[in-house]
Design a protein around this ligand. Sequence first.
Ligand code: SF4
Length: 299
Amino acid sequence: MKVRHGPDGVHLFDRSSGLNVLLDEVDSPEPSWSTAPRQVSIALTNACNLACSYCYAPKHRAVLAVDKLLCWIDELNQAGAMGVGFGGGEPTLYRHLPEVCAYTTEKTELAVTLTTHGHRWNKELVSKLRGTVNFVRVSVDGVGSTYERLRGRSFPRLQAALEMIAAEFNWGMNTVVNRDTIEELDALVAFAAHYGASELLLLPEQPTKETPGADGVTLRALESWIASYTGPISLSTSANATLIAPIAEPLPNERGLRSYAHIDAGGVVRTSSYSQQGVSIGEEGVMAALTGLAQMEAV
Ligand code: SF4
């Protein structure tokens, strides 16, 4: 189990089972607190072979150098991070993905999560990633024709990919919530449950240059759906989603950069993938850049 000290106590985490234990009666003095964020998402590349209208990933070409990335992963592990989440763009387009996942699993205690649209998965990729990824997040916005209209890809092909992923990995579903998907949340839960998902992550659509984001009517409908939810799968939502909903906060004092940071495909650390400002990771490494970002945020 990985052990992390922080303002809420001592946090134990087993990446294989996903078990979290918080010893909140233990007084953990501030000098002993882990300095890395608990979770860091890393955009390996901006490249993606889909073109969702509400995509907020940057559109300029950028890809992380693998040697630098492995050093940052070591640093984050040593500074007490619990996990890294590889995304993009589409992370399966990053040619070093199997090597990076294998390195993280073999050389560190970090949990590895992967966020993918699912349409590049095949037996060869499953075999390369087997045993090196703790949790796969598959983006599924709507079912059937809604999915096909929003994502521009075949729903039956997504189902075939999910059969493969669910047979080998713990997985959860990510859903962008907007006017097109809000009425399909029950169907999405049933779909996720059918394929054995353990979690549904609800992501209210964010504004981009192309779209205004989820409107007030959609957000109120989402709040009311969550309030009456009794389904079989755990729900979660993004930290930046300002919803009036009963959402548990297991680590209420571990906020901001203590909790989460994002590294974009250009090697810039940010408080989230939506944040406009960030700090480039230089020769001093990722922890130095995180310190700089924390100072910038404090001003
Ligand atoms: S699959 Fe994800 S990264 Fe690719 S275009 Fe759609 S939202 Fe953007």
